[in-house]
Design a protein around this ligand. Structure first.
Ligand code: SF4
Length: 162
C-alpha cells in the first residue's frame, strides 16, 4: 500500500484511506517494549478484494461487517529504511562484498583447502579447543599470504569500478 507521510495514512489498491486508530504497546519475553500503530480502512463495504485483503478467520465479526486493519511498527519501518540507506552506500556495498569474501571464503578454505570435514573430539570443551587451533592455523596461513603479497595493513578488498 502507498503511504502518505503528510497525513499518516495508507492508500489501498481501491483508493481507500487507512487512518491511524490507536497505538498498541506490547512487551516480549525479553522485556523489549514495542509500539504498533493500528490503521483501519475508512470503508471496505462491497470491495471485491475483501476476502484476500482481510486476514484473521477467527474473528467473531462476519467478514461483510469488517474493515481492513493494518498493524505497523513505525520504529521498525524507520530502522529498516535507515539500514537500507546504509547498506546501499558505496562503503556499505564494499562491506557487504567483503563479508561474503571474508566470512564465506574462510569456510571454503577451511573445508576444501585445509580439508577439515569433521571434529575429531566430542564435548563442548574439546570442540572449542579444536576450533581455536583451527582458527590460529587459518590466521597464520592468511597472514603468511598477506605478507607474501604485500597486502598487510589492508583489511577491505576494493570495489571494482564498473
Ligand atoms: S478490502 Fe478494504 S483495504 Fe482491502 S482493497 Fe478492499 S477497500 Fe481496500
Amino acid at each position: 500500500m502507498e503511504y502518505d507521510p503528510e497525513t499518516d495514512e495508507y492508500i489501498c489498491s481501491k483508493g481507500k484511506k487507512l487512518r491511524p486508530l490507536y497505538d498498541r504497546r506490547s512487551k516480549n519475553r525479553n522485556g523489549y517494549v514495542s509500539t504498533v500503530t493500528v490503521y483501519e480502512c475508512e470503508s471496505c463495504q462491497g470491495c471485491p478484494y475483501k476476502d484476500k485483503c482481510i486476514h484473521g478467520n477467527n474473528c467473531k465479526t462476519p467478514l461483510e461487517e469488517r474493515n481492513k486493519r493494518l498493524n505497523v511498527s513505525k520504529v521498525m519501518k524507520q530502522k529498516r529504511q535507515e539500514t537500507l540507506e546504509r547498506i546501499t552506500t558505496e562503503y556499505g556495498t564494499q562491506l557487504r562484498m567483503n563479508r561474503s569474501i571474508q566470512a564465506e571464503g574462510s569456510f571454503a578454505v577451511i573445508k576444501e583447502d585445509m580439508n577439515f570435514r569433521r571434529y575429531l573430539y566430542r564435548g563442548k570443551e574439546n570442540v572449542l579447543a579444536q576450533s581455536v587451533l583451527l582458527a590460529i592455523a587459518y590466521n597464520i596461513n592468511k597472514l603468511h599470504f598477506k605478507i607474501q603479497g604485500g597486502r598487510t595493513g589492508k583489511f577491505l578488498t576494493e570495489l571494482k569500478a564498473s
